[in-house]
Design a protein around this ligand. Structure first.
Ligand code: SAM
Length: 285
């Protein structure tokens, strides 16, 4: 790709977060982070000009790449037209029907009771303006995925991988860690992209391993509870929760689960937050 061309695209479509990976070594490391994909279905988010797609197409059993930019997706479709394992979808990763793409197909033999499709792997140098939305959507549909390898802004990677009690731990960390193991793999400078973004970028791997069962919490209600706990960043857990719970019940649940009212949600590991949730819910902790 020529530098001039990438700048032109970027100035035409600044909103699509188009910073193309210019480092082949980095593209290779990203693909390697997915593990052996020779028997896997891979979903690529925002293939752009194909820096990662080229490598995936030669290795994956099946590659589904979703690109919002009409011109880029048409170019990719042309480029991979002779490769039957590659499907380019022009679409928005935030609205595309993942159930249709990855779910059991009605009417096919695969809908049998024992049908358990091999979960897909996800990869992408994400458009940074919608990183959180994409991530939350992938986590919502985690049943279809086993491994997610994504390039995100370094600050987001720091937050995703942060431990409770550290400066970077927050709602995004707690939510992501509820669904999987997070590893921050490597960091790239702006110069690794064309045009260069203003920020450093990190590659993160999420190995899907939901903890809902071991924490004994129901998914939707606990996610809501986390949102409430982290509602106002500077407030204590007590102040955030008392907007939704009776104060006597809250006091009793905190005592039962050993959570101090003056603590902030940022300081509480998921196990403790789950214990508080359970104590509030049905009296069992
Ligand atoms: N993968 C390419 C690379 O590494 O060079 C491009 C990465 S670029 C940071 C992000 C890509 O996501 C762009 O190609 C952009 O057009 C695409 N994109 C932006 N918003 C999108 C969306 N909502 N759904 C799918 N693709 C999107």
């Amino acid at each position: 790709m020529t530098k001039g061309a990438s700048v032109q695209t970027s100035s035409r479509k600044p909103k699509l977060g188009q910073h193309f990976l210019a480092s082949e070594a980095a593209a290779l490391r990203i693909v390697e982070a997915l593990g052996d994909i020779s028997e896997a279905t891979v979903l690529e988010i925002g293939p752009g000009r194909g820096a990662i797609t080229d490598l995936l197409a030669g290795k994956a059993r099946r590659l589904i790449a979703v690109e919002l930019d009409r011109v880029l997706s048409a170019q990719l479709r042309m480029k991979f037209s002779m490769q039957p394992n590659v499907e380019i979808i022009e679409g928005d990763i935030l609205t595309i029907e993942l159930d249709t793409v990855f779910g059991a197909k009605p009417g096919s033999l695969r809908t049998g009771l024992n049908f358990a499709p091999e979960p897909a792997r996800v990869v992408g140098n994400l458009p940074y303006y919608i990183t959180s939305d994409i991530l939350l959507r992938l986590l919502e549909y985690h049943r279809y995925f086993s491994t997610i390898v994504i390039m995100v802004q370094k600050e987001v990677a720091d937050r995703l991988a942060a431990s409770a009690g550290s400066r970077d731990y927050g709602l995004l960390s707690a939510t992501a860690q509820l669904y999987g193991r997070i590893e921050q793999l490597f960091t790239l400078p702006p110069a690794a992209f064309a045009p260069p973004p203003k920020v450093h970028s990190s590659v993160v791997r999420i190995t899907i391993r939901p903890r809902l069962e071991s924490l004994r919490v129901p998914e939707a209600a606990f996610i809501q509870f986390l949102k409430l706990c982290f509602g106002q960043k500077r407030k204590t857990l007590w102040n955030n929760l008392k907007t939704a719970y009776d104060e006597d019940a809250l006091r009793a649940a905190m005592a039962k689960s050993g959570v101090k009212p003056a603590i902030r949600a940022e300081a509480l590991p998921l196990e403790r937050t789950a214990a508080l949730f359970r104590a509030l819910g049905d009296g069992s902790s």
